[in-house]
Design a protein around this ligand. Structure first.
Ligand code: XMP
Ligand code: MG
Length: 183
């Protein structure tokens, strides 16, 4: 769906489909360069990272293995609970693998810092993080993120995999959700 399909639900469009693809291409070029002599396993965090994974993987010029993990941290609201639960674990064994976690967004960072520690304990050769979006003002923990698409304001955003109550994931752009939708 496109912005006109959600009428006035967005307060502002942050990134258009074209701007997102441009950013993904830049991230892919960096990743291709950094992993030139290594086999990388990219781990997508369901469900939000589906679009980023699909586009990032296709923008890469080298082979990658893809795996998925589902964790819950938010429920259906707009605030991080800090409580993380594994809903679906990886199929792959991470021992001695070069692992790159792919995320849609880092908000408080609580989900990712938990996930990073969890995957780190599985013995990967390396573990890095790639996120399309990050909200610097919302950070509650300090995490080292190697690849960041864009830093955004501390507002609730939807589209391109990001949902509000499971809606807007299939919106082709990223926008700030208008408060009248959730209040
Ligand atoms: P934390 O706060 O743990 O949150 O870094 C990470 C997860 O929360 C979701 N999230 C959002 N989802 N719009 C969304 O649709 C947002 O603005 C937003 N902020 C956080 C997301 O699933 C992310 O992985
Ligand atoms: Mg979500």
């Amino acid at each position: 769906m496109e912005v006109q399909d959600v009428r006035d639900d967005l307060e502002e469009i942050l990134y258009t489909r074209e701007q997102i693809q441009q950013k993904i291409a830049e991230l892919a070029a960096e990743i291709d360069r950094d992993y030139a002599d290594k086999d990388v396993l990219i781990v997508g965090v369901l469900k939000g990272a589906v679009m980023v994974m699909a586009d990032l993987a296709r923008a890469l010029k080298s082979h990658v293995t893809m795996d998925w993990m589902a964790v819950s941290s938010y429920g259906s609201g707009t605030k991080s609970s800090g409580v993380v639960r594994i809903l679906k674990d990886l199929d792959a064994d991470l021992m001695n693998r070069h692992v790159l976690i792919v995320e849609d967004i880092i908000d408080s960072g609580l989900t990712l810092s938990w996930l990073k520690a969890n995957l780190e304990s599985r013995g990967p050769a390396s573990l890095e993080i790639c996120t399309l979006l990050r909200k610097p003002e919302a950070a509650k923990v300090d995490i080292d993120v190697k690849y960041v698409g864009m830093d955004i304001p501390n507002k609730f955003v939807v589209g391109y995999g990001l949902d509000f109550s499971e809606k807007y994931r299939n919106l082709d752009c990223i926008g700030i959700l208008a408060p009248h939708v959730y209040s």
